[in-house]
Write a protein that binds this ligand. Structure first.
Ligand SMILES: [Zn+2]
Length: 125
């Protein structure tokens, strides 16, 4: 049987959790606006993806387009996770991602430990 103190404690935790999610949601929206503005500032020619190539001498404009495209996509995906209630857990090990890390990189999919693992193809955030 739970007493009143533990119930209000639970409620406090819950409210703090909700407040943190709202903060991160706002942060993600801010980042999304910035990423979309960056994308919008590119010319049509800069946005066109070039042919697949192993060439590492990609012109700077295309690198910028690629980064803007990736940023918009990752932030939108993160907002989708937030709205479907699976936000904030590591997609590799399932652990909760530390709040300070989410504040720093709100669209991250990995906890610090997994992010620091030797890079695999998808561990870029
Ligand atoms: Zn992890």
């Amino acid at each position: 049987m739970g007493d009143i103190r533990s119930t209000s404690r639970l409620l406090e935790d819950y409210q703090r959790h909700i407040a943190q999610l709202e903060e991160l949601h706002a942060l993600l929206h801010k980042r999304l606006v910035a990423a979309r503005a960056e994308w919008a500032s590119l010319t049509e020619g800069e946005r066109v993806p070039g042919p697949p190539t192993a060439d590492t001498t990609v012109p700077p404009a295309r690198g910028r387009a690629e980064r803007a495209r990736t940023a918009v996509m990752e932030i939108e995906t993160a907002i989708g996770r937030l709205e479907s209630g699976v936000y904030g857990t590591c997609q590799r090990c399932g652990a909760f991602i530390a709040l300070h890390r989410l504040r720093q990189v709100p669209h991250t999919r990995y906890c610090t430990a997994c992010h620091d693992l030797p890079r695999r193809e998808e561990a870029t955030t």
